[in-house]
Design a protein around this ligand. Structure first.
Ligand SMILES: Nc1ncnc2c1ncn2[C@@H]1O[C@H](COP(=O)(O)OP(=O)(O)OP(=O)(O)O)[C@@H](O)[C@H]1O
Ligand SMILES: O=c1ccn([C@@H]2O[C@H](COP(=O)(O)O)[C@@H](O)[C@H]2O)c(=O)[nH]1
Ligand SMILES: [Mg+2]
Length: 210
C-alpha cells in the first residue's frame, strides 16, 4: 500500500514513511465551475501539486486497465466511480509527486468517497475551496470547453448536474458544518476569481509561518 495510506503512522509502517501528514485542500464545485482553471493558478503561485480525480480516472481508463471500460461508462453517464478505484489512484499520485501539499480537485464527490479517503489516509482537508456557480453559467462553459471530453455534451452534463446536487453538495454541507468551507463566487471572470482564491492560500501560508 502507498505510504500515504493510513499506514502512514510509524507503528504500522516503519521509519521510511513521511513523518508529517501532507496538507490537502479539496477543490469542489459543479461541472465547469472552474476548478481546473484555478488549480493551475494556485500551483504556480503556491507550490501545490494539482491532482484532478477526473483526470486520474481518464488516464486510468486510457491505460488499458481492467477498470477501463467501467470508468469509461461511468464518466459518460456522470456516475461516481467506486472509492476503491479513485482513492488508490490519488494515493499513488500523491506518493509519486514527492510533494507534501496537494489540491485534490473534484473529489470527494459523495459521502462514500469522503469516508473512504479519511479512513484510508487519516487525512482531513486543511479546508475545502468551493466554487459556487449558477448551473446556467456552468452549462455554457462546459459546452464551450472543446477539450474532446466524452461527457461534455448536453445529455451527460444534465446527468452530472443531477449527481452533483444529490451526492456532492451534501459533502460540501458536511464540511461547512465543520467550518472548513471557503466559498468563492465562481461566476466572475477568471482573474477576479483568482484574487479571491489567493486570499485563502495566503492566509494559510501566514498561519503555517507563524
Ligand atoms: N471564471 C471563468 N469565467 C469564464 N470561463 C471560465 C472561468 N473559469 C473557467 N472557465 C472556462 O470554463 C471551462 C470549464 O473550466 P474548468 O475546466 O476549469 O472547470 P472544472 O470545474 O474543472 O470542470 P469539470 O468539473 O467539468 O472538470 C473551461 O473552458 C475554462 O476555460
Ligand atoms: O472522484 C471522482 C472524480 C470524477 N469522477 C468521474 O469523472 C467525471 C469527470 O470528473 P471531472 O471532475 O469533471 O473531471 C465525473 O463526472 C465522474 O463520472 C468520479 O467518478 N470520481
Ligand atoms: Mg476539471
Amino acid at each position: 500500500m502507498s505510504s500515504y495510506g493510513r499506514c502512514y503512522t510509524k507503528e504500522v509502517n516503519g521509519s521510511s514513511l513521511p513523518d508529517k501528514k501532507p496538507t490537502v485542500v479539496f477543490v469542489l464545485g459543479g461541472p465547469g465551475s472552474g476548478k481546473g482553471t484555478q488549480c493551475a493558478n494556485i500551483v504556480q503561485h503556491f507550490g501545490y501539486t494539482h491532482l484532478s480525480a477526473g483526470d486520474l480516472l481518464r488516464a486510468e481508463q486510457n491505460s488499458g486497465s481492467e477498470n477501463g471500460e467501467m470508468i469509461k461508462n461511468m464518466i459518460k453517464d456522470g456516475q461516481i466511480v467506486p472509492s476503491e478505484v479513485t482513492v488508490k489512484l490519488l494515493l499513488r499520485a500523491m506518493e509519486e509527486s514527492g510533494n507534501d501539499k496537494f489540491l485534490i480537485d473534484g473529489f470527494p464527490r459523495n459521502e462514500e468517497n469522503r469516508a473512504a479517503f479519511e479512513s484510508v489516509t487519516g487525512i482531513e482537508p486543511e479546508f475545502v475551496l468551493f466554487f459556487d456557480c449558477p448551473e446556467e453559467e456552468m452549462e455554457k462553459r462546459v459546452l464551450n470547453r472543446n477539450q474532446g471530453r466524452a461527457d461534455d455534451n448536453i445529455e451527460s452534463i444534465r446527468k452530472r448536474f443531477k449527481v452533483y446536487t444529490q451526492s456532492s453538495l451534501p459533502v460540501i454541507e458536511y464540511y461547512d458544518s465543520k467550518g472548513k468551507v471557503r466559498k468563492i463566487d465562481a461566476s466572475k471572470p477568471v482573474e477576479e476569481v483568482f484574487e479571491a482564491v489567493k486570499e485563502f492560500f495566503t492566509s494559510l501560508d501566514d498561519k503555517v509561518a507563524a
